[in-house]
Design a protein around this ligand. Structure first.
Ligand SMILES: *Cc1c(COP(=O)(O)O)cnc(C)c1O
Length: 382
């Protein structure tokens, strides 16, 4: 009865969002802190003073929001915070400074970066050649590949779980392919440096898009934004959901050359002309005006993360070196599923993936200090 193309769909399964019991939720990499008080003030003001605007369509180009994002990126060099492993805050660091100005016409916003990624996949990736991506990466990439009929070539990670850059370059050149990565990568939490990325992009086809998904960049990664002036085929995808405490606001964006942004806009305007709603837009603009608040939070998350990693290591866990707001860890003689179940029985949700190869791991989102202390008690005995 259904359309044939439904056979290609393999929908994303998000971390559980249970309602039946109060769990400490450390399974979806949400930020445990609320958005800036400025977001609350802006929302209250919007409801008080601009309520009738809800009966009108929003600005289809989200101009004010794109202006606000551009200002934030230019002011920070594209990284909210480079909190280093020992928690030292570098903000913004000289080497993060952008060598050019990001203009609003280099930005496209959407209803979460998942929606932005959907239009990026549609606009950038051919169906007649493989798209290159790491074997273990954001699990939405294979979903969109199936949705749009884009063949995906998954390149195995190296033994230390890092990206096999040489193999990815080789495969991209073999069929003249585009590439997509998350940097830092999910769920491994590992990052590649900007210099590695620069060499990488310079060695793959320059007329095929190279997409870097920087959902976790603000927790210690190096942004590729400053490479945009060197590579017209580079596109950088970002989200308000992690470092900007806004998973429920649903805002994401992509930064690239005007030409690439025009293409993404064409894809979006062929699907939904008004994706960003009025209240999301108000929230996003206010968030961009309070960078100091989010810098403080990113710093705190990095501190708690490093403290928890040290704890796990002291209990015999192998922990990958995280530059994100989550920890990817495993322990010998304990399956990932078993660990997940034991932790859940104590009222805490973490994420377990049953994909072959990473089934021994659990992924723990970094919560508040208090939440992580509770988790320590549970995991101390495992
Ligand atoms: C969380 C996440 C996203 C999705 O973010 P939304 O803006 O909430 O849709 C995109 N990419 C990666 C790698 C993520 O982890």
């Amino acid at each position: 009865m259904l359309a044939n193309r439904m056979k290609n769909l393999c929908p994303y399964v998000p971390g559980e969002q249970p309602s039946d019991r109060e769990y400490i939720k450390l399974n979806a990499n949400e930020n445990p802190f609320p958005p800036s008080p400025k977001v609350k003030d802006a929302l209250l003001k919007a409801v008080q003073e601009e309520f009738p605007r809800l009966s009108r369509y929003t600005d289809p180009d989200s101009s004010e929001l794109r202006n606000a994002i551009a200002s934030l990126l230019n002011a920070t060099g594209g990284v909210l915070c480079r909190a280093t492993v020992n928690g030292t805050l570098v903000f913004p660091e000289k080497k993060d400074a952008l060598p050019f100005e990001i203009t609003p016409d280099m930005i496209h916003v959407g209803n979460g970066s998942d929606e932005v990624l959907s239009h990026v996949f549609y606009a950038f990736f051919d169906d007649d050649r493989p798209l290159i991506s790491p074997e273990y990466s954001y699990s939405f990439y294979p979903v969109y590949s199936g949705y749009y009929g884009i063949p995906l070539k998954k390149i195995p990670l190296k033994n230390d779980w890092s990206l096999d850059v040489e193999s990815m370059i080789f495969e991209a050149n073999k069929n003249h392919s585009a590439t997509i990565i998350a940097n830092p990568n999910a769920p491994t939490a590992l990052t590649v440096s900007r210099q590695t990325l620069r060499e990488w992009i310079s060695r793959v086809p320059g007329d095929k898009p190279f997409v870097v998904d920087e959902a976790y960049c603000d927790f210690g990664g190096e942004s590729a934004l400053s490479l945009l002036s060197e590579f017209p085929n580079l596109a950088v995808v970002r989200t308000f959901s992690k470092s900007l405490c806004g998973a429920g606001i649903r805002l994401g964006f992509v930064v690239a050359s005007k030409e690439l942004i025009e293409a993404v806009k064409t894809a979006k305007n062929s699907f939904n002309h008004f994706p960003v709603d009025f209240l999301a837009s108000v929230s996003g603009i206010a968030a961009c005006s309070d960078c100091a608040y989010y810098v403080g939070i990113a710093k705190e998350i990095c501190r708690v993360r490093d403290d928890f990693s040290d704890f796990l290591k002291s209990k015999g866990w192998s922990v990958l070196d995280s530059r994100t707001n989550f920890i990817f860890a495993k322990k010998e003689h304990l399956s990932g599923l078993e660990a997940y179940k034991k932790i859940k029985a104590d009222g805490i949700l973490v994420r377990h993936f049953d994909s072959a190869g990473i089934e021994d791991f659990i992924r723990i989102s970094v919560g508040t200090k208090e939440q992580m202390e509770i988790l320590k008690k549970t995991m101390a005995e495992m």
